[in-house]
Design a protein around this ligand. Structure first.
Ligand code: 6MZ
Length: 349
């Protein structure tokens, strides 16, 4: 099963840039930045970035601070983006949606430069990907709920401008960040309507922790996709009302098993809320979330779900097919990806 999962052409729809960069690149960036005073404590933190240990949700968010401390120039952002794309391509991911929060660093980088650095790298893929690899990459710009209303407004505006300038690259917006921070329902969520009317697709983190009113508002927003969806079912800190709305809308859900386990929002793989979704053929997309922070790969996530829930190879192919369908790719790109999946299935016999 491990080899099948590795060779299967896959689609990654939920990957945060600064949670996905390899520890090697993180270390290189840290050591090569002359503006950073080196300290043993930070080097220890960098080692722990990729430790894969279980930690609380709060500890996970501290891990992102480490990556943010070194991705402070457009060149560093380019290096990180290239590294993440190459690693996903090496894992036979043929289509990748990277999401990232535009970040300004006083004196070093504006949000516009941050976004441009990611877009430029995506456009340069043919120059660095290598002849035997294939990957299509799109960008979603994120709103970090912890950063508040003004930053959220700025990011949505920047996303709309980037979509107008690069409609084939910048295809969506994402709501993410520490789920215990920020007023999503009244302040941040309404901003996503502007993005939607400008033609951007909407992906919202939803129900990572119990929060009935907020989850209800997010479900009713009818995003194009939701992330996590942990605390919706009444057995998982949700309610009957939320579960019934969720079943009514059937918004495709990005499921991140190892992330949820390591952040301790689910007890075990066996008890993951995906067990409620598989029997009802709910549209789900297996995803990594932050492959570096949680020490995983998309192939590994496929192996885990296959072995934990005794899924067949055909069911794993169906995950790729569903992910293509609910991706934010163009219809031509979807057709190309479906063809690649069919070729793979044919080779398998
Ligand atoms: C919510 C998450 C997340 O944007 O700097 N992020 N938000 N839940 C999660 N599950 C554990 N994992 C990552 O990547 C890092 C940022 O992505 C969001 C957080 O806002 C984090 O700061 P970028 O590329």
């Amino acid at each position: 099963m491990e080899s099948f999962c590795s060779h299967l052409p896959k689609v990654e729809l939920h990957a945060h840039l600064n949670g996905s960069l390899s520890q090697k690149v993180l270390y290189e960036l840290y050591m090569s930045d002359p503006n950073i005073t080196k300290s043993d404590d930070i080097i220890k933190l960098i080692s722990s970035f990729h430790s894969g240990e279980e930690r609380t949700l709060e500890d996970c968010f501290k891990a992102f601070d480490i990556a943010h401390a070194v991705t402070v120039t457009p060149n560093a952002v380019k290096k990180v983006t290239k590294d993440v794309i190459c690693e996903f391509a090496a894992d036979n991911v043929m289509y990748l949606e990277i999401r990232t929060t535009p970040r300004a660093v006083p004196g070093a980088m504006t949000k516009t430069q941050y976004i441009q650095a990611v877009i430029d790298t995506i456009q340069e893929i043919p120059t660095f990907i290598g002849p035997d690899k294939f990957i299509v990459v799109k960008l979603l710009l994120s709103v970090n709920r912890r950063e508040g209303l003004t930053e959220a407004e700025e990011n949505i505006k920047a996303a709309i401008a980037a979509h107008v300038a690069y409609p084939e690259v910048v295809v969506g917006v994402d709501l993410s960040g520490n789920p215990s921070c920020g007023n999503v329902t009244d302040e941040i969520l309404p901003l996503f309507t502007n993005a939607r009317v400008s033609g951007l697709k909407i992906a919202l983190h939803c129900a990572e922790i119990p929060n009935e009113d907020e989850v209800e508002a997010i479900l009713k927003f009818k995003a194009d996709r939701l992330g996590h969806g942990t605390c919706i079912h009444p057995n998982y800190g949700g309610t009957d009302k939320l579960w019934s709305l969720f079943l009514q809308y059937r918004t495709p859900l990005e499921v991140c098993l190892t992330s949820n386990l390591k952040c301790q929002t689910v007890e075990s793989y066996e008890k993951h809320h995906i067990q409620k979704l598989l029997p009802i053929q709910y549209p789900i997309v297996i995803s990594t979330d932050d492959k570096a922070v949680f020490s995983t790969t998309l192939s590994e996530e496929f192996r885990v779900v296959a072995e934990t829930f005794s899924l067949s190879k055909m069911e794993l192919c169906n995950f790729t097919q569903k992910a293509i369908e609910v991706s934010f790719a163009s219809s031509d790109e979807k057709k190309l990806l479906l063809d690649k999946l069919s070729d793979f299935k044919r080779q398998q016999g």
